[in-house]
Design a protein around this ligand. Structure first.
Ligand code: SIN
Ligand code: FE2
Length: 215
């Protein structure tokens, strides 16, 4: 991991990633252990699984969801679904702590009315990555994205409106929260391959909670 990625950003500092796009360093640190406990509880009801893209490619990141709807992908493509395709049951409810934290982070990023109905939970093992993409499966693009990092550090790639815009690289550490909306709502973003490591809270993993207003 490159030490220079975010070395200038103090804990509880904030970094502007673009217009309407912020990285709030350590915003979730105080509640990280409770957040991880909730992730494990959710995964007991709706286990992490490796989803398939429309093109038949298996993703390297394992995923589950909580909330009114969950993001899923399979040979039929990307969509939000009210039930877990593995069980046919509704996704686990969004824990009040998740909702509160997401609302507070959104407000700190200048979006005071955020009301998330979906939380995608990503689990990265060493080598897992997420290629540059836009979050554009949501109906209301006025609502921001709130993205919480837990566990092992990873390189965040944050680009512009076009895939070809050269992305900025910043290090995401456990407790860091990204908020992007407004003119940056459709910014391309991704995660570089996770370096191996051992995190006191998450062991060999990085978890990411992505909050969205999907419906
Ligand atoms: C995502 O864009 O869905 C995940 C971002 C992250 O893992 O930080
Ligand atoms: Fe995304």
């Amino acid at each position: 991991m490159h030490a220079d990625l975010l070395s200038a950003l103090p804990q509880n500092g904030r970094l502007t990633l673009g217009p309407g796009a912020w990285l709030l360093a350590g915003f979730a640190s105080k509640r990280a252990d409770e957040l991880v406990a909730e992730v494990h509880r959710i995964a007991e009801a709706a286990p992490f699984r490796f989803m398939t893209t429309r093109g038949g490619h298996t993703m390297s990141v394992a995923m589950t969801n909580c909330g009114d709807v969950g993001w899923v992908t399979d040979r039929a493509g990307y969509r939000y679904a009210a039930t877990d395709p593995l069980s046919g049951l509704h996704w686990p409810a969004m824990p009040p702590l998740f909702r509160e934290l997401a609302k507070q982070a959104a407000a700190a990023g200048g979006f005071p009315d955020f009301s998330p109905d979906a939380c995608l939970i990503n689990r990265y093992a060493p080598g897992a990555r997420m290629s540059l993409h836009q979050d554009r499966d949501e109906r209301d693009l006025d609502a921001p994205i709130v993205s919480v990092s837990l566990g092992l550090p990873a390189a965040f790639l944050f680009g512009g409106q076009r895939r070809s815009d050269r992305p900025r690289r910043v290090l995401l550490r456990s407790g860091d929260v990204g908020v992007w909306g407004g003119p940056s709502r459709l910014a391309f973003h991704g995660i570089g391959p996770l370096p191996p490591g051992s995190d006191p809270l998450c062991g060999p993993y990085r978890f990411n909670l992505t909050f969205r207003t999907a419906l």
